[in-house]
Design a protein around this ligand. Sequence first.
Ligand code: ASP
Length: 347
Amino acid sequence: MQRKVRNVGAIWRSMLGMLWSKAAATTLGSLVASLVIAASGGQAQPAFPTRPMTIVVPAAAGGPTDTVARLIAEPMGRTLGQQIVVENVGGAGGTIGVGRVAKAAGDGYTLLVWHIGQSTAPSLYDNLRYDVFNDFDPIGRITDVPMTVVGKKSLAAKDIAELLTWLREKQDQVTYAHAGIGSASHLCGLMLMSALNIKMHAVVYRGTGPAMNDLVGGQFDVMCDQTTGTANQINAGTIKGFAATTQARIPLLAALPTLSEAGVKGFEVSAWHALWGPKGLPKEVVEKLTAALQGALREPVVIERMAGLATVPVAQDLATPAALKAQLEAEVAKWGAVIRAAGVKAN
Ligand code: ASP
């Protein structure tokens, strides 16, 4: 009997033990689950990213925007644990590629690296099929890139003064390249023509990467493009560098006077690049992308490669959605006024 009672006690103890450990496990489990849900803003979310991602560059491969996108794609992909493929969708001053991203799913798997053109297109195109504010979610700014006036090697002009004289003399016999209406090279060319009160003959490309190949080959006369496309060629002597379009000289290309110094007073344009996604990105996806972008911009190899192209990553607090939103608003207003004053339209 005594033995029986002891056995019943043992059974009870072991049953209670099982119940306790099950309850403890359940409590721990729900605690972990609620922490995960709390961390994800109240809703359980699938991990992001679970498959490769794409950055659309709305200009040809080998050009300045392509270079910037490829510089951040690799380190961002490493941080996020997925490959990021760069897809070049050039044409129509970038509006085809940008339009593609506007219509993509807002899940973070299709992103856009573009530039100042995002702020000029609304004023240049009457029938733009996207809205730069409402069809995109900003992720962050990447870099601001100075521009340069360059020419083919065989031009007789030795410096910017001689080039300006020649441009004024030859006018529309001069061929200048740009990457389509709304591109940075287009904007810079327009500003130069309006400042000099001349008209040059445009040769249009899907990006300034292919234009640069043709400039090295001497197939047109001049171009205004980002240092991310021109610095190496100027320094290698395959093209002629004439002037910087910035307020101050560019340290890496210190021999180039600014256009302002050369008498084109107040001339200033630089191209800024940024990262967007289509509208509707979940908050935690934006946060992950922003953190990955900031990480990429801190990488010594990215900083070093940008330095070699006469640029620097933006400060970390500018590689944020809020800073890009503010930048776009300011730039749309700024270039809208310039474009309206110049009376230019794409269509
Ligand atoms: N640099 C080009 C432009 O003029 C675009 C590009 O090829 O990156 O806008």
